[in-house]
Design a protein around this ligand. Structure first.
Ligand SMILES: C[S@@+](CC[C@H](N)C(=O)[O-])C[C@H]1O[C@@H](n2cnc3c(N)ncnc32)[C@H](O)[C@@H]1O
Length: 245
């Protein structure tokens, strides 16, 4: 199991094809995004650029993707070379971003849940807030701090399982096992509760924080039985957050 994406960059890229990613994750994020025409956007922990490319295609003028993993950034650059969109990809640590009020939107899919403790979460939120112009927005999806990680519950039908190691305390490792046709791989991130997130956003200078529940796309509703999605919506593994500077 790993927090290092270099060895699993290609597997993770393929895991983004799972239906819940499209019909819940990407659909909900898309619904939360403001009009991006002419805007500057920073995608933190951009991975191989799954959302970075979408943000650019939605009309953002300047789009930059930053990720700690050189393997992920290589994949992103390969796709940029194959189909140039003008996205600037950089290897870097999202805790130490060097931007001063440059972006209208900061976006992050599964970044904050790499904070081991409140101190790291604060570093991340400070770096994000600093990068944004006044009035700028931060939109993010993470492992849900509201989930109780009942060991009896299964998400196998969606292509993953979620487990917590030990009691649900601040910093407890969360293990995601992700299933592909040819096997599975695991990634690890960390539990921090809702209050820790809200405190960190406030201390970083965000004046408003809104939590959003996952939504299901119309195609997801039509293409699958409703009871297929019900277990996910009864106990969502992900939470969506919008913050305004
Ligand atoms: C679950 S992947 C998500 C990638 C992408 N956002 C997506 O949704 O496809 C998490 C990413 O966070 C990156 N990451 C973890 N800690 C980071 C940090 N401190 N700074 C920048 N990226 C980080 C990892 O390298 C990995 O690419």
């Amino acid at each position: 199991m790993t927090t290092d994406y270099d060895p699993i960059a290609e597997e993770y890229r393929r895991a983004k094809q799972q239906p819940w990613r499209t019909h819940i994750e990407a659909f909900t994020l898309g619904a939360l995004l403001p009009d991006l025409t002419g805007k500057s956007v920073l995608d933190i922990a951009c991975g191989e650029g799954y959302y970075t490319r979408r943000l650019r295609r939605l009309g953002a003028e300047r789009v930059m993707g930053v990720d700690l993993s050189a393997g992920m950034i290589d994949l992103a650059r390969q796709q940029e070379a194959a189909e140039p969109l003008g996205v600037d990809y950089r290897v870097g640590d999202g805790k130490h971003l060097d931007f001063d009020a440059e972006f209208d939107l900061a976006f992050a899919a599964y970044f904050l849940n790499y904070a081991h403790d409140r101190g790291e979460l604060q570093q991340m939120c400070d770096a994000i807030a600093r990068s944004l112009k006044p009035g700028g927005r931060f939109i993010t999806v993470n492992s849900s701090p509201m989930l109780d990680f009942d060991p009896a519950r299964s998400y196998r039908q969606y292509g993953f399982e979620a487990k917590i190691k030990g009691p649900l305390v601040e910093g407890a490792p969360i293990i995601w096992q992700i299933f592909l046709d040819e096997g599975s791989f695991e990634i690890e991130n960390y539990f921090l509760d809702r209050r820790s997130h809200e405190d960190a956003f406030r201390a970083a200078g965000f004046r408003e924080t809104i939590w959003h529940a996952p939504r299901l796309s119309p195609e997801g509703e039509e293409g699958f039985r409703r009871d297929f999605w019900q277990p996910f919506f009864d106990h969502p593994t992900v939470a969506f957050i919008e913050c305004v500077k």
